[in-house]
Design a protein around this ligand. Structure first.
Ligand SMILES: [Zn+2]
Length: 307
């Protein structure tokens, strides 16, 4: 199994957060809200509020390094063969460290995880709703690190898609295309098929979620024509209201249409899930698992680590 869409901050459990608080000397957070399962009524905005807690203990390079390793060890223990862990370095500079220092720590963790037998890639997230200069700073760092083959493998655009549509981020797509950085984008989560379509037309070969493109013929045919891979996240999609019908989730629809689809966790802690659980909830058959694995391998930004 391969997880191509998993966020560092939203995947840290209570014990891991407490260890990080101890390492950094940050105050021990109050877990009540973090532990409350997100509900579709609150939508994506409410879901995203839970990230504030893990971010409070992830403000030093050392903590980012250990958090990455904690997560890599856990995923390895769960039997995953590869994962691409994503995070937004611009949200980790409150301790006075630069984005480059934070990204270097993540890169060191990826190298260490590889040494310990778990190949992983790190995707750097630009964020919807923050200033352009900050996102361009993240994107420039990504360009530099990706080129040097440091374990940093690509870019993402994450955050509140409902409030901040793709049309505000033409510069993100243009920069990634121009520099040749592999990139994905959260789309079709808080907005509909049109958001996926615009991302595809901006050159995205991977779409974070993309679930709401299902049954939209125009978007699906353009996804097929462009060879786009969708990073579906079942539990998260139900919790954010991206998809409402738990029994009619479009994983099999995408497979049958020939769209390259993958199944991922998004946030193991916030969504209280694991990749094994996601596969079990959707009753993925061995034949379907073979297809999902092949799709994930083909779409991975760091193929050299998987092979
Ligand atoms: Zn996500």
């Amino acid at each position: 199994m391969i997880d191509l869409h998993i966020h560092l901050d939203g995947s840290l459990g209570k014990e891991e957060i407490l260890r990080l608080a101890e390492i950094s000397g940050a105050s021990v957070p109050e877990f009540e809200f973090y532990d409350t399962p997100p509900s579709p009524e609150g939508g994506l905005k409410d879901y995203l509020k839970r990230f504030e807690l893990p971010l409070s203990v992830l403000q030093t390079p050392e903590c980012v390094y250990y958090a990455m390793l904690f997560l890599a060890e856990r995923l390895k223990g769960e039997g995953l063969e590869y994962a691409e862990i994503r995070f937004a370095p611009s949200l980790h500079t409150r301790g006075g460290h630069t984005e480059t220092e934070i990204v270097s720590a993540a890169s060191d963790a990826a190298k260490e995880a590889f040494e310990r037998g778990f190949p992983m890639g790190v995707i750097l997230c630009c964020m919807r709703g923050i200033p352009r200069e900050k996102n361009l700073c993240t994107a420039s760092i990504a360009a530099d690190f990706v080129k040097k083959k440091t374990g940093i493998v690509g870019l993402d655009l994450a955050g509140d898609e409902g409030t901040y549509p793709n049309s505000l981020y033409g510069y993100y797509f243009a920069f990634a295309r121009e520099k040749g950085i592999p990139f994905t984008v959260h789309a079709g989560e808080a907005r509909g098929a049109e958001s996926v379509l615009s991302a595809v037309r901006q050159g995205a070969k991977r779409i974070g979620h993309g679930v709401r493109a299902a049954y939209d013929e125009k978007t699906v045919s353009e996804m097929l024509a462009a060879g786009v891979t969708a990073e579906l996240c079942y539990t998260s999609n139900l919790q954010t209201g991206a998809w409402s019908d738990a029994k009619e989730y479009p994983l099999r629809y995408f497979v049958e249409r020939g769209v390259k689809v993958t199944l991922n966790t998004d946030n193991t802690a916030v969504s209280k899930t694991s990749l094994k659980r996601e596969y079990a909830l959707l009753r993925v058959t061995p034949e379907e698992e073979r297809i999902l694995d092949a799709n994930a391998r083909a779409a991975a930004f760091a193929n050299r680590l998987v092979d």
